[in-house]
Design a protein around this ligand. Structure first.
Ligand code: SF4
Length: 336
């Protein structure tokens, strides 16, 4: 279910059975307590089979955390983290999520966000159970405006109807709902229609994230990874539609040379400091990891006035498509 925060390689020790906190990559610098957000991946099993899944290759060889292991990581992470994102895989296929959320609440996490494909939220009693346990935000993923598109992308018939019903349930329960749409070759031309649907569902934030071509997405590259020049054709209208409805809208992994006039949407300058527990790897400072191991700058960036504030694309994109589409900017960036 997670489409973004992802180590580029799985170290050998990740390929085993049970996990205990192991290798630390990009250790977090000393920070005052509570300044970080914890991104806890409970496992990689999923009831969808998304063509763009960044970690689809892990589902068969990385074991889920046990309930006790998950709570142990919550305890460890609490030393420097106030906020929590629970993600997978798809966490709603486990039965212990209310218990894990309740443990997080008892440990004092101030925001507890549930990232999900949204399907199980269609069952009102399940959505209510997560809210009762202490969830404060929901992060469902909708990748199409109609069933044929969404179900095709996530590889599960009926997923669209369930996800839409799930979004309605959590909105109706008064929860903060922050949606995720992965931009792919299949849905790029429908981004405005997807935006209209999400506005009609009265969600609180809409995120459009450019596909990260790892895992399954690397295998399905030709059908799945669009060109930024096509994103540039359809994304601005989608952003404008959401903004006009006074709903927050953000982008991820869309460099500023493709966001001219919509720079306000880029999330990267505003991302919280985050620690990721991914299998038995801890990425202490995900910001540093993302910039030093995930993203890339290329020749156009060297002549670009925005390079200091721009992370560039995920590195796999220019490795395959080159840098020709990237046109350096000469206007001054804002003083963020
Ligand atoms: S730094 Fe590179 S990727 Fe970023 S806006 Fe400039 S040219 Fe584009």
């Amino acid at each position: 279910m997670d489409h973004g925060s992802e180590p580029t390689e799985a170290p050998a020790q990740q390929q085993g059975a049970k996990s205990s906190p192991g290798q630390v990559l990009f250790a977090a610098p000393a920070q005052p307590a509570g300044t970080y957000k914890l991104d806890l991946k409970l496992g990689f099993r999923c009831n969808n089979k998304c063509v763009f899944c960044v970690q689809g290759d892990k589902r068969d060889h990385v074991s889920d955390l046990t309930t006790e292991e998950a709570i142990e990581r919550l305890r460890n992470g609490r030393e420097r983290c106030d906020g929590l994102l629970l993600t997978g895989g798809e966490i709603s296929i486990r039965e212990d999520v209310p218990e894990i959320i309740a443990a997080a609440k008892a440990l004092g996490y101030t925001t507890i966000q549930v990232q999900t494909n949204g399907r199980r939220l269609a069952y009102r009693s399940y959505a209510q159970a997560l809210v009762d346990a202490g969830a404060t935000e929901f992060n469902p993923s909708l990748h199409g405006h109609v069933a044929a598109l969404h179900d095709g992308l996530v590889g599960a018939k009926g997923a669209f109807v369930q996800c839409v019903a799930g979004i309605k349930n959590v909105v109706d329960l008064g929860q903060r709902v922050l949606t995720q749409t992965v931009i792919t070759r299949q849905n790029v031309m429908y981004l405005p229609q997807i935006a209209r649907l999400l506005v009609s569902l009265k969600v609180h934030q809409v995120q459009f994230a450019f596909v990260h071509a790892l895992g399954t997405a690397a295998e399905t590259w030709d059908e799945t990874v669009p060109r930024y020049r096509d994103v540039q054709k359809y994304l601005p209208l989608a952003l404008d539609l959401v903004k006009a409805a006074r709903i927050q809208t953000i982008t991820e992994a869309v460099p500023f040379c493709f966001l001219r006039g919509r720079e306000w949407a880029a999330i990267e300058p505003r991302l919280p400091d985050t620690t990721v527990y991914d299998g038995d790897i801890e990425i202490g400072d995900y910001d540093r990891y993302r910039n030093e191991a995930g993203k890339a700058h290329g020749p156009p960036c060297h002549a670009c006035s925005w390079s200091a504030v721009c992370e560039g694309p995920w590195k796999e994109y220019p490795e395959r498509y080159g840098w020709e589409e990237f046109v350096p900017r000469s206007d001054p960036p804002p003083n963020w």
